[in-house]
Design a binder for this molecule. Structure first.
Ligand code: HEM
Length: 440
């Protein structure tokens, strides 16, 4: 913002003691950030001890930051802790290792592989719903995590994942709980090695996951899967790097898509008009919807987009300046961090009128918000945006097409579901829903 003299007005500056930061972290950053933006506007500077952190909620400037290939990198606090369990995969690597991994990772999730993957994904939705009984209550967050973990693992690794599902969930829960505590706490690097119960459980879970991936890697060797392709192309990567790259894609792909699916089913269950329109679209869709769902199911895509507006599975992204950077209103010094929250921008009434209303018509073609506004960025933007966007959208469309005509989902409790916003935005606690079998 320019002042009357033509100079740039510095953003409001707030100081937070380390104790205050610790308290904010315990209460959850999402609420704190929402409050900060509401009270102080689109650019707020926070002084956390010696560290400067900016909360940026201006869509145009967010895109400028995300477009910078250099000299910014993904936020270090998250990176450092994510590396605890992700190793040196695509999500966490930087520099040359990163470039090579991104180059290798991208083709795997591109459109030309999709018809083959579509059959695998539909089979995963079929197997996940097989044990459901008419009228019973299920934790839909868990069902969604099951199906997307299966789908990511089976498309990436090319192995049936039924036997490993329960153990993998247990490992991932242990790892996420550790990661949740470790975020922005560098002491966890030391803590993870101590002979105490929690670090021991964490190390076991991490070793279990690594072992499972290594076994799957050798089982899938030579098959026409994503990993087969990767191994053939990735001569310079070590086996551990290939394993970590697979882990990155698996983890990035499953929890985000599980959240998107769970929130979408939750929203549909409270909006019978939307549900009716979806069922009509599925009934009238051409056979190509089974292999190339997005062009065949435009309303479904609108519903998914609107669901990710209200509940963006990745609710915040961060970048750290590696040198001083001048972006006009935003003047960064080396070591500064910028946070940009999809959740805040997607719910800003200046960009999305009546923002808390679930309205898939916002994304109808011809409407201003047909997915092109810079205020909508569920998959990030710029050189480090999501490589799995198409895969995720296709999986979500196929999944809704598979489950909704077979089942009606009815939320068990009337009160709104809380938010669990750590790395991703999940429903808080269980998402209990009754499932009713539809009769023809
Ligand atoms: C609804 C589902 C998904 C959402 C909302 C989502 C969102 C995102 C976002 C916002 C980023 C950028 C993070 C940043 O800028 O710091 C990202 C990166 C990434 N996503 Fe996704 N994602 C989804 C599904 C997937 C799937 C299915 C895969 C793989 C099959 C995947 C793989 C990745 C990878 C590897 C990166 C890191 C890219 C890089 O650093 O260059 N994602 N995702």
């Amino acid at each position: 913002m320019m002042s009357t003299s033509g100079s740039i007005t510095p953003p409001p500056k707030l100081r937070l003691s380390l104790l205050g930061a610790w308290r904010a972290q315990r209460k959850g950053w999402l609420d704190q950030f929402v409050r900060l933006q509401a009270e102080h506007g689109d650019l707020v500077e926070l002084q956390l001890g010696r560290r400067r952190v900016f909360l940026l909620s201006d869509p145009a400037l967010i895109h400028e930051v995300l477009a910078l290939a250099k000299p910014v990198m993904k936020e270090r606090g998250l990176q450092v802790n994510a590396r605890l369990f992700l190793g040196d995969g695509l999500l966490t690597s930087q520099g040359e290792t990163y470039k090579r991994q991104r180059q290798l990772g991208r083709p795997a999730v591109q459109a030309e592989h999709f018809p083959a993957q579509a059959a695998v994904i539909q089979d995963c939705f079929e197997r996940t719903q097989a044990p459901w009984r008419d009228g019973e209550s299920r934790d839909l967050a868990r069902e969604c995590a099951d199906v997307t973990l299966r789908a990511a693992a089976e498309s990436v690794l090319g192995v049936n994942f039924d036997r490993q599902l329960a153990a993998t969930h247990a490992w991932l829960e242990e790892i996420s709980e550790f990661a949740r505590r470790a975020i922005s706490n560098p002491l966890y690097f030391v803590y993870q090695h101590l002979p105490l119960p929690r670090p021991i459980r964490f190390r076991r879970a991490r070793a279990g996951l690594n072992r499972m991936l290594e076994e799957a890697l050798s089982a899938s060797r030579g098959r026409p899967t994503w990993l087969g392709h990767l191994e053939a192309a990735g001569g310079e990567l070590t086996p551990a790097q290939i394993r970590d790259l697979a882990k990155s894609v698996l983890l990035a792909g499953y929890e985000t898509t599980a959240n998107a699916l769970a929130w979408t089913l939750y929203l549909i269950s409270g909006n019978p008009g939307v549900e009716r329109q979806l069922l009509q679209e599925f009934a009238a869709a051409p056979p190509s919807a089974a292999t190339d769902p997005l062009p065949a199911l435009p309303y479904t895509l609108q519903v998914v987009r609107e669901s990710m507006r209200l509940y963006p599975p990745v609710w915040i992204v961060g970048r750290e300046a590696l040198t001083d950077i001048d972006l006009g209103r935003l003047q960064l010094r080396r070591g500064d961090t910028v946070y940009m929250s999809q959740y805040i921008v997607h719910r800003d009434p200046r960009h999305f009128p009546n923002p808390t209303r679930f309205d898939p018509e916002r994304f109808a073609s011809g409407n201003n918000h047909a997915g092109t506004t810079p205020a909508y960025f569920p998959f990030g933007a710029g050189p480090r945006s999501c490589i799995g966007k198409q895969f995720a959208l296709q999986e979500l469309a196929l999944g809704l097409r598979h489950w909704l005509p077979r089942w009606r989902f009815v939320i068990d409790r009337p009160e709104p579901i809380g938010l669990d916003a750590v790395v991703t935005l999940k429903p808080l606690g269980r998402l209990r829903m009754k499932v009713f079998r539809r009769t023809a």
